[in-house]
Design a protein around this ligand. Sequence first.
Ligand SMILES: Cc1cc2nc3c(=O)[nH]c(=O)nc-3n(C[C@H](O)[C@H](O)[C@H](O)COP(=O)(O)OP(=O)(O)OC[C@H]3O[C@@H](n4cnc5c(N)ncnc54)[C@H](O)[C@@H]3O)c2cc1C
Length: 288
Amino acid sequence: MDNVDVVVIGAGASGLMCAATAGYRGKKVVVLDHANKAGKKILMSGGGRCNFTNMDAAPKHFLSDNPHFCISALRRFSSQDFVDLVDRHRLDYVEKAPGQLFCEHSAKDLLEILLTELEWSGAELKLNTKIYNIDFQDGQTVVKTNQGSFTCKSLVVATGGLSIPTMGATGFGYDIAKQVGHEILPTRASLVPITIQPNRKMQLAELSGIACEIAATASGVTFQEPMLFTHRGVSGPSILQITNFWQPGEALTINIAPTLSLDELLEVRQSTPKKATKASCQTYYQSG
Ligand SMILES: Cc1cc2nc3c(=O)[nH]c(=O)nc-3n(C[C@H](O)[C@H](O)[C@H](O)COP(=O)(O)OP(=O)(O)OC[C@H]3O[C@@H](n4cnc5c(N)ncnc54)[C@H](O)[C@@H]3O)c2cc1C
């Protein structure tokens, strides 16, 4: 049985940052993950270039039933702290929209930084590790895995959310929270594209790949940003954002000409000459 100070379960962005921080503080740390690779979601984030921070990150931008939850975390580690970290590693990055920082080349560069930090902190990473059982006994926690058992003083569960099981996501964190007596609120998809019923897909198929500025409204909140037609439905910033607010069963309104009033639209129509057709030409000449 290995005896360590901290076991971190999950080698995603959260687990890697947490493990490196504990390692730098002199703790003996092991990170366990059932996947064959660390940080798979980081690699797909931001379209493969990871939007790694936003300089405008503030509690008011976090959605939660408990709005105070993120305040102390953001106070103790700000976006600037993360920028200082990537600067120390000479990461090339770009600011896309104001405040949104993306890797210039690839999200791989960001993952590389987190793995380097982990290594420099002295924390150990164990992949392909299946967790069998967690026992809480007399102030000690015993984590039983296919790679042996680990006893620790502190256990960190950083197994992420439920989205994209093919990237290793499981409900493990929720199960552990239940095991130790926490109440679990119902989960729902959020920051996601919208898929359209199969019988409607054909109607949109030809638009796939086209983006336009729209206004999406649900629950009294509107986002006027680009929307992208995809082969499965609609996506893009306006759609991802509105799914944070839309509730199943509620109406979601998409205005595809938000900058044009009906009066302007009719004026544009009237001032556009109709395209000539054989029938319209015949009518024109026959009427003298
Ligand atoms: C398409 C897409 C694009 C995104 N783009 C961005 C972006 O640009 N910027 C941004 O900030 N965020 C982005 N996100 C969100 C971001 O990826 C997540 O918020 C972040 O990766 C969550 O990190 P995490 O460490 O909490 O969880 P995860 O990254 O999900 O890591 C959890 C880890 O736990 C492991 N694990 C799970 N269950 C078990 C188990 N039972 N036993 C052992 N290990 C287990 C998993 O293998 C995984 O390695 C994006 C997400 C998606 C899906």
